[in-house]
Design a protein around this ligand. Structure first.
Ligand SMILES: Cc1cc2nc3c(=O)[nH]c(=O)nc-3n(C[C@H](O)[C@H](O)[C@H](O)COP(=O)(O)OP(=O)(O)OC[C@H]3O[C@@H](n4cnc5c(N)ncnc54)[C@H](O)[C@@H]3O)c2cc1C
Length: 410
């Protein structure tokens, strides 16, 4: 049997490795438009490659996928984060789990992850077809004919679509598969960038660019279901960091732009109630009655942010603590617990993943085989699956790639 796996990213590599390890005699073609494997894997996690998560409770892991968690259940049970870690370690890459439960190679080098697959393929009969840009797939009876921009055709019995989404297009994932899949009878759900930073209407975040908080809660005003707590950062165009990425994932399909901004509220003291914060400010005031409020606030908040507090609240910076009323302090506490910003867009082209993809009800979650076009399989981000940052997207690619690879058995 001949199998064509299109896409030499995380999902395609795992699918191919599974097949060649389980069935060394199967004829496998791994088709990749780039001249090497795993370009995105190598740059992932800032080049360190956050391979998977250290969270062991699968139920909890599945809550990290705004889309696709139910579909993923079966594949994740058979190739859980713990099993993914064992798999890489058994293939010679030592991994470490950091305090925030992200798992990386000990070397902090994504090349080592791709190196595992290169070694497996070097010692197998697989055909690696680099610089092969798939342009079309036609089903003829029980066979698939794959054609390439370079002009040749390849006939196979089974095809695995592992072309990724359309984020970070410079890595090769340019959303090529969607049209072809529609022609083969599949529905592609709405697509949207996810895991991105936000651009804000206000320009002042620029002055705080680089200022970060280990923990902040960000919520969309008036939409209770959209909130997330985690690391947060001001940038020269708005806000970013894991909490912002997670929120961007939750609101991936909400519409917002310059004319219709979405208001977000940032709480940089999520572990303190408003009353506690207010009491602390009062205590500071009483202990420093003769000092200016400005200096007091500088001891409480990073200077650049406290400057924005009295600017945005229009407090005279020379005002002494003794002149600050309870009402003034309450207003400051309320402001710090809900810094308002209007988001007007996403950082252009800087999203990490594509939300949306192949409609999951048309795919068998155990085998990854199409229910509408037998012999066609899927793996990775091309599916309507996406997760938060923290190793969840690669984990989904490993798990679906392995499920497809195990299902293609004769
Ligand atoms: C900057 C960045 C950092 C990230 N960091 C992390 C992280 O640390 N942890 C994590 O879990 N996730 C991370 N992600 C997300 C994660 O990398 C992806 O979700 C994952 O790589 C998707 O794997 P995939 O195999 O489905 O697709 P891809 O890795 O995108 O692979 C698809 C492959 O298909 C090839 N291809 C596409 N079209 C064609 C065609 N027509 N013909 C032939 N080949 C084709 C592409 O060249 C590509 O190599 C990150 C993403 C980005 C952009």
């Amino acid at each position: 049997m001949r199998v064509g796996i299109i896409g030499g990213g995380a999902a395609g590599m795992m699918c191919a490795a599974t097949i060649v390890e389980e069935h060394p005699d199967m004829e496998v073609f791994l088709i990749e438009k780039n001249s090497s494997l795993g370009k995105k894997v190598i740059i992932s996690g800032g080049g360190r490659c956050n391979v998977t998560t250290g969270i062991e409770d699968l139920k909890l892991v599945l809550t990290k996928y705004p889309r696709g968690s139910k579909f993923l259940q079966s594949a994740m049970h058979r190739f859980s984060p713990a099993q993914v870690r064992d798999w890489f370690e058994n293939h010679g890459v030592d991994l470490k789990c950091e305090e925030d439960l992200r798992v990386f190679p000990v070397s902090n080098d994504g090349h080592d992850i791709v190196g595992v697959f290169e070694n497996i393929f070097k010692n197998s009969k697989i055909d690696l077809l680099f610089k092969h840009n798939m342009k079309n797939i036609v089903k003829k009876k029980n066979k698939f004919v794959i054609s390439f921009a370079e002009g040749e055709n390849l006939e196979v019995d089974k095809v695995v679509m592992a072309l990724g989404g359309q984020a970070y297009r410079q890595t090769g994932s340019t959303g090529d598969g969607y049209d072809i899949l529609e022609k083969l009878g599949h529905k592609i759900t709405d697509l949207s960038p996810s895991l991105n930073s936000f651009l804000t209407q206000e320009k002042w975040p620029k002055e705080l660019s680089g200022l970060s908080f280990e923990k902040a809660t960000i919520k969309v005003k008036g939409m209770k279901k959209y909130q997330f707590t985690g690391p947060f950062l001001f940038t020269h165009t708005g806000v970013s960091g894991p909490a912002v990425f997670a929120l961007s994932s939750l609101i991936a399909f909400e519409k917002y732009d310059r004319q219709n901004p979405l208001e977000i509220l940032i709480d940089v003291f999520p572990d303190l109630s408003l009353d506690n914060l207010f009491e602390q400010l009062q205590k500071l005031r009483e202990e420093n009655l003769k000092k200016t409020f400005k200096n007091t606030l500088h001891n409480f908040l990073p200077k650049s942010l406290s400057e924005k507090v009295y600017e945005n609240l229009d407090i005279n910076i020379e005002k002494k603590n003794v002149e600050m009323s309870k009402k003034d302090l309450r207003q400051v506490a309320e402001y710090i617990k809900a810094l308002p910003l209007k988001i007007i867009g996403r950082g252009a082209g800087d999203e990490f993943v594509t939300a949306g993809g192949v409609e999951l009800s048309e795919v068998d979650p155990k085998t990854m085989e199409s229910k509408v076009c037998p012999g066609l399989y899927f793996a990775g981000e091309i599916l309507d699956i996406d997760g938060f940052t923290g190793g969840f997207n690669l984990q989904a690619s490993w798990a679906t790639g392995r499920a497809g690879g195990l299902a293609i058995d004769c």
